[in-house]
Design a protein around this ligand. Structure first.
Ligand SMILES: [Mg+2]
Length: 410
């Protein structure tokens, strides 16, 4: 089988409300580039990539000369063709590689008539558990609804998510307000749901000292782990020396060299595998095997997703030997999807692993057209800026004057 063409379509799908984080804001919508890899046997594979609010269409089109004529079964050769670690110093293609890998796995599954998990080791479970992903949110630009800012709003938001989706593990995305305020919020959620589990992720914005202080203040709670409190393997190592909490990362261990550095001199306990950041589903499975060997925990990270990317996370979750932690997804923040059937559904905090051949999802071309037009209308957005704080930009660690004020709506 040979690849004959690659089509890339950039879409914008609205979120319930703008999501605030330490590096900026998701401006009320996700921008995602959907990839269709076509073959000479009439089978088309689907891939997806984010890109921090920007289109990746041109980058995918630039890969055509490398990919046309390639056999989609040759996944290892594909890696060396387009993301050789030294050649790609000039044009880092890890995330592009991931989207093409998803599409090739989709093609292989469709050709063989089996779901992706079947060619990745076989599924260990039928459904995957998700953590709620709680963001501080600005009000929806059009409706004014959906704001999450005050402690009461956060506690109510968690109650709503629990009632609607059944989550019992909660991730608070912090790094927006002063850590003392976010600590109060975290404790209030934990007090409201004492049997649930918690994780806090300020996207590496705290200093080592602030991180240690925060860690000590939550040590008595039902924590899964503390995620990326500070930046860098050395910073995380310093925090780890002074807390008995497990530390997790999706920022400083995102490739094999960093994983080996973390094993030689541990800084982090739980590695959050991201099918995009690591360059595909297969590298995540390889990394999980290394983590199993050295007894590091793993979980699945979300860098934003529509249904195609979500499916890659579900298939990864299907084949991991153990799933000690609920996985992350922004998915419940979306108002719609571009796959047939609309948004996948949660039951008791879990989503069923797709069982149709390949990734098990199909494009809804009406929705693809509708949200492609919305992208044409609205364009991209700078993920690392806040539309309501014009002169603000992210700093690591943050400085006092850079924290948002929880008394201000926007
Ligand atoms: Mg994170």
């Amino acid at each position: 089988m040979r690849i004959t063409d690659i089509k890339a379509t950039t879409v914008t799908v609205p979120l319930e409300a703008p999501l605030r984080h330490s590096n900026g804001v998701h401006w009320g919508r996700f921008v995602r580039t959907i990839v269709e890899v076509e073959t000479d046997e009439g089978i088309t594979g689907l891939g997806e990539m984010g890109g921090g609010g920007e289109s990746a269409k041109l980058a995918f089109e630039g890969l055509k000369p490398y990919l046309v004529g390639h056999d989609p079964f040759q996944l290892e050769a594909l890696r060396w063709k387009i993301s050789n670690p030294t050649a790609s110093l000039y044009n880092n293609r890890t995330q592009l590689m991931a989207a093409i890998e998803f599409a090739c796995i989709d093609i292989i599954g469709k050709k063989l008539g089996v779901p992706a998990y079947q060619i990745l080791g076989g599924k260990m479970r039928d459904e995957v558990e998700f953590a709620s992903y709680i963001f501080f949110r600005y009000p929806n630009e059009k409706t004014g609804a959906g704001e999450v800012r005050t402690i009461e709003q956060v506690v109510d938001h968690v109650a709503e998510l629990k009632a609607k989706y059944g989550f019992t593990s909660h991730k608070l995305k912090g790094g927006v307000f002063h850590p003392d305020y976010e600590l109060e919020v975290y404790k209030a959620i934990a007090a409201a749901n004492p049997k649930d589990r918690y994780r806090f992720d300020p996207n590496a914005i705290l200093s080592v000292e602030q991180s240690v202080r925060f860690a000590k203040a939550i040590e008595g709670l039902n924590n899964d782990y503390l995620e990326d409190p500070t930046w860098g393997l050395n910073g995380m190592r310093k925090v780890r020396e002074k807390t008995h909490l497990s530390l997790a990362t999706n920022t400083v261990v995102v490739n094999f060299e960093q994983l080996s550095a973390n094993i030689l001199d541990p800084a982090v306990d739980v590695i959050l595998l991201d099918t995009t950041f690591w360059g595909g589903i297969r590298p995540c499975i390889k990394a999980a095997a290394v983590c199993e060997t050295f007894q590091y925990g793993v979980a699945v990270h979300s860098s934003g997703e529509l249904g195609i990317q979500l499916s890659t996370m579900l298939h990864l979750g299907a084949v991991l030997p153990s799933m000690p932690f609920a996985i992350d997804a922004h998915y419940h923040q979306l108002t719609d999807d571009i796959i047939k059937g609309g948004l996948m559904t949660y039951e008791n905090g879990k989503i069923k692993i797709p069982t149709a051949p390949g990734l098990g999802v199909e494009l809804d071309y009406d929705k693809l057209g509708q949200y492609s037009e919305l992208y044409q209308e609205l364009g991209g957005y700078p993920y690392d800026r806040d539309p309501y704080r014009k002169d603000w930009y992210p700093l690591l660690p943050n400085m006092t004057e850079h924290w948002a004020d929880p008394a201000i709506v926007k």
